[in-house]
Design a protein around this ligand. Structure first.
Ligand code: NAD
Length: 352
């Protein structure tokens, strides 16, 4: 039996991890913690497996029965709470992005090594069947030589909680790149590998919400944390990047808000024998082969990847073995994000 504490009872706790952990017979949820205690209390009603609700996460860290914590708080709290938990001898699953920047991510990785505990990151897409099938194609030679990867992730209006923590750089680390782009870059790392990066050239922009009061939108997710009157928006809503690796190039463009006719989320992998388009939010893909000149639809089942992620994380804790969500497998993406921000800020290509 693995005894866990949930730290942060917001959106990702309620729609992903609490439902997933509630289904696992080998998991006890001893604590749900939130600085807004009503959110923890509400979670306890919705997920009766929760035994206690607490305001201060240290209470869970001081409890010897707790061996594992889920860090499900805004980005600026990832490092502090994860490191406190590792130092208290707990295993950790911390939501993405790892931290506000690469330097902080490295500190977290070092603490996990020192504590000899598991530190996983919330890279849920690595546990999705369509992604794993594409990885099999890429690594088994079905695609031939991969020479280009192209990623588009656009919505018309989806800036989260304008004026709140998501759009305040010191709390989020950045905008659409670190919030959504991190998922796509992580898939490139997982499927193809960010091997021998040679250069990065990028641009970031805030246009539609630059003046918060003039931003027009239909609805806004994370509206509970929005503060258009007095809050801050100093992050990008749009990012575009071009990176060169030894064997392939990566083109990567996305926006939380844009004046395009429809939302679009995909990752294209160009191979010499076949090419694949992953329809990111639908967990399906299409493959076009040079041999048949035909498009084949994916036939993998649609699964709840958060459930698989949490089940495998708990197994990893039980066995003391790292899995594909471990920080060691994921940390290169945080470095790439830093380079993209650096290139955008300096308005020049960064050569490595
Ligand atoms: N993997 C994914 O697909 C995915 C999806 C959404 C969010 N996330 C990540 O999950 C994290 C949380 O996002 P969210 O949308 O759930 O945010 P949220 O604002 O809905 O929830 C965060 C909760 O943490 C609480 N909190 C803040 N500081 C705390 C502290 N010191 N101790 C205890 N509780 C504290 C807040 O009161 C809030 O209830 C973010 O890092 C985000 O990037 C990941």
């Amino acid at each position: 039996m693995v005894t866990v504490a949930i730290i942060g009872c917001g959106r990702i706790a309620n729609y992903a991890h609490l439902p997933a952990l509630s289904k696992l017979d080998n998991v006890r949820i001893k604590y749900a913690c939130d600085i807004i205690i009503e959110k923890a209390n509400k979670a306890k009603i919705d997920f009766p497996k929760i035994e206690h609700t607490i305001l201060d996460y240290h209470e869970a860290l001081n409890d010897k029965e707790v061996d594992t914590v889920f860090v499900l708080v805004p980005n600026y709290e990832h490092k502090r709470i994860s490191i406190d938990a590792l130092r208290a001898g707990k295993n950790v699953l911390c939501e993405k992005p790892i931290a506000l920047n690469y330097k902080d991510a490295l500190e977290m990785q070092k603490e996990a090594q020192k504590a000899n505990k598991i530190l996983n990151i919330g890279v849920n897409n690595r546990f999705n069947a369509a992604v794993n099938k594409i990885k099999e194609y890429a690594q088994g030679g079905t695609l031939g030589n991969i020479y280009h990867v192209e990623s588009h992730f656009f919505t018309t209006r989806s800036i989260p909680g304008l004026g709140g923590p998501f759009t305040t750089k010191e709390k989020s680390g950045g905008g659409v790149l670190i919030d959504w782009g991190v998922h796509l870059l992580d898939l490139v790392q997982y499927i193809v590998g960010h091997r021998n990066l040679k250069s990065v050239s990028a641009s970031t922009k805030s246009v539609l919400a630059k003046n918060m009061k003039e931003y027009r939108y239909g609805n806004m997710w994370a509206e509970d944390t929005s503060d258009i009157e007095h809050g801050t928006n100093d992050v990008e809503e749009f990012v575009s990047c071009f990176a060169r690796y030894d064997t392939y190039t990566l083109s990567f463009t996305g926006a939380w808000a844009s004046n395009i006719p429809a939302d679009e989320f995909y990752l294209d992998i160009f191979g010499s024998k076949a090419g694949v388009r992953l329809l990111f939010n639908k967990q399906t893909f299409k493959i076009f082969s040079s041999d048949t000149l035909e498009v084949k639809e994916s036939d993998v089942p649609f699964e709840n990847h958060y459930e698989i992620e949490d089940k495998m994380f708990i197994e990893s804790v039980e066995k003391g073995q790292k899995n594909r969500g471990h920080i060691d497998e994921v940390i290169d993406v945080e470095q790439l994000i830093d380079l993209i921000y650096q290139s955008a800020e300096e308005e020049k290509e960064i050569r490595l």
